[in-house]
Design a protein around this ligand. Structure first.
Ligand code: COA
Length: 361
């Protein structure tokens, strides 16, 4: 949206029925910005990831909980996950992923203007994990902050990086998703303990000139959503201002499942449409890796065959904000993406918060 359009939109929002009108105007403005001449694009120039050494197969849970490999695989598609070692933290994993992405891009840390880390499992309440990564990389320049939108965190962080680049605030942004979910699991609860894992993935986005058309490389559209009235279906039962503890993850799995398929298909469709594309033009879907059944059902709703969907959930489990950059980095490392291909990333998680990003590789 340009600066002149903004007061009109704000004025509209204050009038009766003005919220919908303001949203429509803001969306039109966003679309104009996305398709206007000489658009700045945020293009992916490097990817990297890190997984802790320890692999935990389903059989390990079957030894001590009333569960089985068959149940876990058939209900979730998960076969194994990685758990961080004692002493290994979110910032360590994030820094490993960041170094891998820098090496992939052929850049040194001083090329970065900003670092954004999406996480719900920070090392400390503050400072931000992103500043710890900055220090690990030996940087004292630029800025760094965390984004907390649980499993949708990486989509929200990408949206922030995109906005910073389009606004000219930053030219090169490291966007990381990193989680140590093993530290907030109730390891006695078979309904959640078997589903999550630890890891980190990173992308570097760089400002490049585009024509403004959907043929440009880089981020083409973003769609973000939240509904705080659904907080009780997926949350952590502790926190700084309440219990003073980190707490444990609690989930009503069936309810989350029900919301997930519908909202993921809807947000991905919106982002695809906003990019000026249709599902037939999508080369790859990189979904949040929570559950293979959710991934399949969403792809079916979108009309995208599973051959065009990247899945790493079998090997990583649900790594929350880390799952999309992990999947992107693994797939990129396998040479699966060709320059110019259209990728849709979509995620949903606690909040509820959900969203999608369409980008051209
Ligand atoms: N092993 C064996 N049985 C288990 C189990 C496990 N690990 N976890 C739960 N069960 C049991 C339940 O207790 C329930 O038993 P009951 O019928 O006696 O009460 C039974 O399996 C069926 O549970 P249900 O919840 O109906 O299974 P489901 O098919 O919905 O699958 C999930 C459960 C959690 C895999 C599924 O609901 C899911 O994936 N939800 C979304 C979760 C998610 O993605 N969250 C993160 C979003 S970011």
């Amino acid at each position: 949206m340009n600066e002149q359009a903004e007061p009109d939109v704000l004025a509209m929002a204050g009038q009766p029925g003005g919220r919908a009108a303001a949203q429509a105007a803001a969306q039109a403005g966003a679309q104009a910005a996305e398709s206007g001449p000489g658009a700045t694009r945020a293009v992916v120039v490097g990817t990297g990831h890190y997984l802790p050494e320890r692999v935990v197969p389903n059989a390990e849970f079957a030894e001590r909980l009333d569960t089985s490999n068959e149940w876990i695989v058939s209900r979730s598609g998960i076969e194994r996950r990685h758990f961080a070692a004692p002493g290994e933290s979110t910032s360590h994993m994030a820094a490993h992923a960041a170094r891998a992405a820098l090496s992939d891009a052929g850049l040194t840390p001083d090329a970065l203007d900003a670092i954004i880390v999406a996480t719900s499992t920070p090392d400390l309440t503050f400072p931000a994990v992103a500043t710890m990564v900055q220090a690990e990389l030996g940087l004292k320049t630029g800025f760094a902050f965390d984004v907390q939108a649980v499993c949708a965190g990486f989509i929200y962080a990408l949206a922030q990086a995109h906005a910073l680049i389009v606004a000219g605030t930053a030219r090169r942004v490291m966007v990381i998703g990193a989680e140590t979910f093993s530290r907030i699991l109730d390891h006695e609860d078979r309904g959640t303990a078997v589903l999550f894992g630890d890891g980190a993935g990173a992308l570097i986005l760089e400002a490049r000139g585009g024509t403004g058309a959907s043929t440009d490389r880089g981020i083409l559209s973003v769609d973000l959503n939240a509904d705080g009235s659904q907080r009780d279906i997926l949350y952590v039962d502790g926190g700084v201002a309440t219990t003073g503890t980190a707490g444990c993850l609690r989930m009503q799995g069936k309810e989350v499942f029900r919301h997930a398929v519908e909202k993921l298909a809807s947000t991905a469709s919106t982002a695809i449409r906003r990019a000026g594309l249709d599902a037939a033009q999508v080369d790859w879907v990189v979904p949040h890796q929570a559950n293979l059944r959710i991934i399949r059902a969403t792809a079916q709703k979108l009309g995208v065959p599973m051959e065009r969907v990247i899945t790493t959930v079998a090997d990583h489990g649900n790594t929350s904000a880390a799952s999309i950059p992990l999947a992107l980095s693994v797939a990129a490392g396998e040479g699966r993406f060709a320059p110019g291909q259209v990728i849709v990333a979509e995620a949903i998680g606690g909040g509820l918060a959900w969203g999608a990003v369409v980008l051209r590789w």
